[in-house]
Ligand binder design. Structure first.
Ligand code: GAP
Length: 460
C-alpha cells in the first residue's frame, strides 16, 4: 500500500499554510471548547456561575478517557487496589488532617470595590502600600481564609451538624487503609487509587478549568516500610512523568519542580511537582509527595484506633510511610487540550493522542447521494464495532474534515463513487492531511495498526 499525500479538495483550494502554531491565548481554547461541545460555562442561561464549568458530550468523553488511562495504569498493577470513598466524611477527619487549622490562604479585601486578593500572590510593594490593584482603594490587613466548603448534615443547622465537602480525596484512602489491606490481603508495599470530586473555596479561581472550586482528583497513596520511602518516592516520580509523556505531551513542556524547605507542606518530607508550561506560564499539574507517617499517625491519634500494619513474616508492627501521587483530572484534561492545539493560519486541529480522542474515526459520504450514504453507513456501523466512531453528511467535505480536526479525530474516511465499484475508501490523516486509498475491508486493521504504532515513545 502506498502512502501518498495527494492534494485533497481542501488542500488544493488553500495551497499555502504557515507552520503550525501552538495555543497562544486561552480565549481561543475556551471558544473551541464551547463551539464543539467540550466544555460549557455552568448555568449559562442564568449568566453563569464563577469558575464552574460543565463538560459537554465531547468533554465528558475526553475526561473519561483521561480517567480510564490513569485507572488502568494504576489498578492493572498487582500492588494497587481501587477505592471510591464518600465525599462527606466525619468532621474529625479534617481536624486530624490539619485542614481545619491550616488549610487556608491569606486574603486581603478592597474596602472600596470589594475585590479579594491572595496576599501571598500580590506584589509585596502593593501589599505594603495597602492600595487595591484594581481601583487604588484601601486594602484590609491580610486574614486567614479557610478553603473548605461547609454544610450541615441532617435537619438542624447547628455547630454539631457541620460537615465539610472534602478538599482532597486522599483522606478517604488513609482512613480505609486497614480495611483495604486486610480485605485484599495486601502486603506492604502496596497502594490505593481513587478518582473523585474535591471542593475548595478558592479565592482566585481561573484560567478556565485550571483552578476551579469543584474539580476531580486522581490520587494514589502508596504505603511503604519506613526507610524504603525515598527509593519509592523516586520510582513514583518517574512513573508519573512517563504517564504524561505516554499521552504524547511534549517533553519540553513538562518539568519537575522540587519544593524547597519553605514550600514543603506540613506533612511532607520531600515533594516534587510535575509542571506544564501553559500559555499563562509554568504551573503545577501533579504533585508527588513523601508524606511520611504523618497522616496515619494523626488518624490513629484522633480516632484512638490503631492503624499499624502487621508484617506476618517478620512479626513486626509499624506505621507505614506514604508516597502520594496527586493529579488533577480537569487539569490533566486541560493539558491535553492545550498541548494538542494547533493553528496554521487557516486550520485549527487538536493533535490528541488516539487513546484520548473522543472519536477515533469519522466516516463521510462524499455527497448526500443515497448510494453513497448507504455505503458510508455500512462502513460506519462496521467500524463502530471496533472504535468510537462518528459520521457526518452535512456540508462540504472540506468543512466536515475541519469539524473533525477541531475535535481531534485522528482519521477521516470518505466514501465516493470509486468506492461503489472498487470497494476502496480514502482515509485522511488529521495531523498531515495526507490521504491514502485502501480497501474498505482493511480499514479496521489499518487504523488499529496506526494506533498501536502511534509515535509517542518519549522517555523521561
Ligand atoms: N492530596 C494532595 C493534594 O490535594 P494539591 O497539590 O493540593 O495536593 C493536587 O492538589 C492536584 O489537584 C493539583 O496538582 C492539581 O492538579 C489539582 N488541583 C488542586 N486544586 C485544584 C483546583 N482548585 N482546581 C483544579 N484542580 C486542582
Amino acid at each position: 500500500m502506498s502512502f501518498t499525500s495527494e492534494p485533497t479538495q481542501e488542500m488544493s483550494q488553500k495551497p499555502s499554510h504557515s507552520p503550525a502554531q501552538d495555543l497562544k491565548n486561552m480565549t481561543d481554547l475556551v471558544s473551541l471548547c464551547k463551539r464543539r461541545g467540550f466544555i460549557f460555562p455552568s448555568s449559562e442561561v442564568y449568566g453563569g456561575i464563577n469558575a464552574c464549568w460543565d463538560y459537554g458530550p465531547l468533554g465528558v468523553e475526553l475526561k473519561r478517557n483521561v480517567k480510564n488511562s490513569w485507572w488502568q495504569a494504576m489498578t492493572a498493577r498487582e500492588d494497587i487496589e481501587g477505592l471510591d470513598a464518600s465525599i462527606l466524611m466525619h468532621p474529625k477527619v479534617w481536624e486530624a488532617s490539619g485542614h481545619i487549622a491550616g488549610f487556608s490562604d491569606p486574603l486581603v479585601d478592597c474596602k472600596k470595590c470589594k475585590s479579594r486578593f491572595r496576599a501571598d500572590q500580590m506584589d509585596p510593594k502593593v501589599l505594603t502600600a495597602k492600595k487595591c490593584p484594581s481601583c487604588s482603594g484601601e486594602l484590609t490587613e491580610p486574614r486567614q481564609f479557610n478553603l473548605m466548603f461547609k454544610t450541615h448534615m441532617g435537619p438542624l443547622e447547628d455547630s454539631a451538624s457541620v460537615v465539610y465537602l472534602r478538599p482532597e480525596t486522599a483522606q478517604g484512602i488513609y482512613v480505609n487503609f486497614l480495611n483495604v489491606q486486610q480485605s485484599c490481603r495486601q502486603k506492604i508495599p502496596f497502594g490505593i487509587a481513587q478518582i473523585g470530586k474535591a471542593f475548595r473555596n478558592e479565592i482566585t479561581p481561573g484560567n478556565f478549568v485550571f483552578r476551579t472550586r469543584e474539580f476531580e482528583q486522581m490520587e494514589m497513596q502508596f504505603f511503604v516500610k519506613p526507610g524504603t520511602d525515598m527509593e519509592w518516592f523516586e520510582k513514583w516520580k518517574h512513573i508519573r512523568m512517563q504517564w504524561h509523556l505516554d499521552h504524547g505531551i511534549r517533553k519540553d513542556k513538562l518539568r519537575f519542580h522540587q519544593h524547597q524547605a519553605g514550600e514543603l507542606a506540613h506533612y511532607a518530607k520531600a515533594a516534587f511537582d510535575i509542571e506544564y508550561e501553559f500559555p499563562f506560564g509554568w504551573q503545577e499539574l501533579e504533585g508527588v509527595h513523601n508524606r511520611t507517617d504523618f497522616d496515619l499517625s494523626r488518624h490513629q491519634e484522633f480516632s484512638g484506633k490503631k492503624l499499624e500494619y502487621f508484617d506476618e513474616e517478620k512479626k513486626e508492627r509499624y506505621l507505614p510511610y506514604i508516597i502520594e501521587t496527586s493529579a488533577g483530572c480537569d487539569r490533566t484534561l486541560l493539558v491535553t487540550l492545550v498541548d494538542s492545539y494547533r493553528f496554521d493560519g487557516e486550520r485549527t486541529w487538536l493533535e490528541l493522542h488516539p487513546g484520548l480522542a473522543p472519536f477515533k474515526v469519522a466516516v463521510f459520504p462524499l455527497m448526500k447521494k443515497e448510494e453513497l450514504v448507504q455505503y458510508s453507513q455500512k462502513v460506519f456501523l462496521d467500524l463502530k464495532k471496533q472504535f468510537r466512531a462518528t459520521t457526518d453528511d452535512a456540508g462540504s467535505i472540506g468543512k466536515r474534515y475541519r469539524r473533525q480536526d477541531e475535535i481531534g479525530t485522528p482519521f477521516g474516511v470518505t466514501v465516493d463513487y470509486e468506492t461503489l465499484t472498487q470497494h476502496t475508501v480514502t482515509i485522511r490523516h488529521r495531523d498531515t492531511m495526507a490521504q491514502e486509498r485502501i480497501p474498505a475491508e482493511n480499514l479496521g486493521r489499518y487504523i488499529l495498526e496506526k494506533f498501536e504504532n502511534w509515535n509517542t515513545s518519549k522517555t523521561v
